[in-house]
Design a protein around this ligand. Structure first.
Ligand SMILES: [Zn+2]
Length: 134
């Protein structure tokens, strides 16, 4: 999509299509969404290449950077086996059941810890039971 088309899209999404600053705010949001999408398409293409057996060296060459840089850019955090990474992984676990975050494990983060979606559901049931007993 060409920049004038994108600007038209930002204008149509702005709260006031006649206010240039509202259009700018809308363009900023749109720009963030587009760069997130651009990152996501690269992540997906890299994952597919890795799944198909491509090496980090070959992937890095396509981007014009080193194997280490390719791996660092596209390997999810906590994937390494260093002590620091193990500690980060442990610290990212649910404070109640120690379940670690993952694609199907959603976490709610608080100041002193975090809780996974399963524990949130269980806590909801417990609170509902307690309320019934009153
Ligand atoms: Zn949990």
């Amino acid at each position: 999509m060409e920049p004038p088309d994108l600007l038209a899209r930002a204008r149509s999404r702005s709260s006031d299509p006649d206010d240039p600053l509202e259009i700018l705010s809308s363009a900023i949001s749109l720009s963030t969404e587009l760069s997130d999408d651009a990152d996501a398409v690269l992540d997906l293409a890299v994952r597919e290449a890795r799944d198909a057996g491509a090496s980090w060296t070959a992937i890095g060459e396509r981007f014009g950077f080193s194997r280490q840089a390719a791996r660092k850019r596209f390997t999810p955090p906590f994937a390494g086996k260093t002590l620091e990474n193990r500690r980060k992984k442990r610290d990212a676990a649910c404070s109640f059941c120690r379940q670690r975050p993952g694609p199907r494990v959603h976490m709610v983060h608080g100041e002193a810890g975090r809780i996974c979606d399963k524990c949130v559901a269980l806590a909801g049931e417990i609170v509902a039971d307690l309320a019934k007993r009153r």
